[in-house]
Design a protein around this ligand. Structure first.
Ligand SMILES: [Ca+2]
Ligand SMILES: [Ca+2]
Length: 296
């Protein structure tokens, strides 16, 4: 009898101890997550400060500036923090396709040239326009309004408003996972309309705004830009690579207002990814949107 009681006591003590151990682990995990998030918010403040300081010292934004340099792995208690600021105006803002409630011809032309350069059908643009516009009439025979989406399972409607994340395009007619993956690295979804910064745009975006512009001409232009950034649009238009190109120049700039800060904090092998959309204007600088995860 005594042996039985003794073994019952031992069993329940072991069970209690291992549960307590699990509780401690769970709490530590939560505390680490919280701690990591607070560090990420600290990185955000740092980025806002860097951007503000940059704005006070010059009126152009290019890839040789301090804000554009990746923050090296910074040690923190139990781990490290890393951050990178990206100029989103080096990408194509798909919200530009509709401006003042109307399809915006020049932006549509840029987007269709980008689609062609990426070996995608330029006709895909119609469904984007219909997704954004508030009417129910298809932009062209390639467009898609609610009548198309309501036949899907589950049924849904077109947005009739601006995109808030590039991930939303997966809902659009004709956008397969492959197309989404191809397009994602080149697009952004900013409260539009916004200009394209020719100092930070990559070769595909540059070739989408200038036609014809070969890959080597675009790379020449980028190489020259690294040694001497463009201070204004006329200087850009005078570049030898653009001598024979028609440039869609109505919404180009040499500076930017929207930046994405991608922060990664690791504490005790737990990782937190924070993406912060930052807006900078002369009168204010602020965080517009935050999301956690690898994609913004
Ligand atoms: Ca600057
Ligand atoms: Ca429409």
């Amino acid at each position: 009898m005594a042996l039985l009681v003794m073994s019952l006591v031992v069993i329940s003590t072991v069970a209690l101890t291992s549960r307590q151990h699990l509780d401690i682990q769970r709490t530590t995990h939560l505390l680490n997550q919280d701690q990591a998030y607070v560090y990420a918010l600290g990185a955000e403040q740092w980025a806002l400060w860097i951007l503000q300081r940059d704005q006070q010292s010059n009126a152009v934004d290019h890839l040789q500036e301090t804000w554009s340099q990746q923050l090296p792995f910074l040690p923190i208690p139990g781990g490290h923090i890393q951050g990178q600021l990206i100029d989103l105006q080096g990408y194509f803002n798909i919200n530009n396709l509709i401006q003042k409630d109307q399809p915006h011809k020049e932006s549509i032309q840029i987007f269709e040239q980008l689609l062609t350069l990426l070996d995608l059908a330029p006709t895909l643009s119609a469904a984007f326009i219909d997704w954004l516009d508030t009417d129910q009439s298809p932009y062209s025979s390639d467009g898609a309004e609610d009548t198309f989406y309501l036949l899907k399972t589950p049924a849904y409607r077109s947005a009739g408003r601006q995109f808030t994340s590039p991930t939303e395009i997966r809902l659009i007619a004709g956008i397969t996972e492959d197309i989404y993956q191809t397009l994602f690295p080149f697009i952004c979804t900013l409260p539009g309309p916004t200009s394209i910064n020719i100092n930070t745009a990559n070769q595909y975006i540059l070739r989408a705004i200038a036609d014809p512009l070969s890959e080597s001409e675009a790379l020449d232009l980028i190489a020259d830009r690294e040694t001497a950034h463009f201070n204004n649009i006329p200087d850009f238009l005078n570049h030898s690579s653009l001598a024979n190109a028609e440039v869609l120049s109505k919404q180009l700039s040499v500076s930017s207002q929207y930046f994405l800060l991608m922060t990664q904090v690791e504490i005790d092998r737990q990782v937190v990814h924070l993406n912060s959309l930052l807006y900078r204007a002369p009168e204010k600088i602020q965080v517009l949107l935050r999301s956690q995860g690898i994609f913004y």
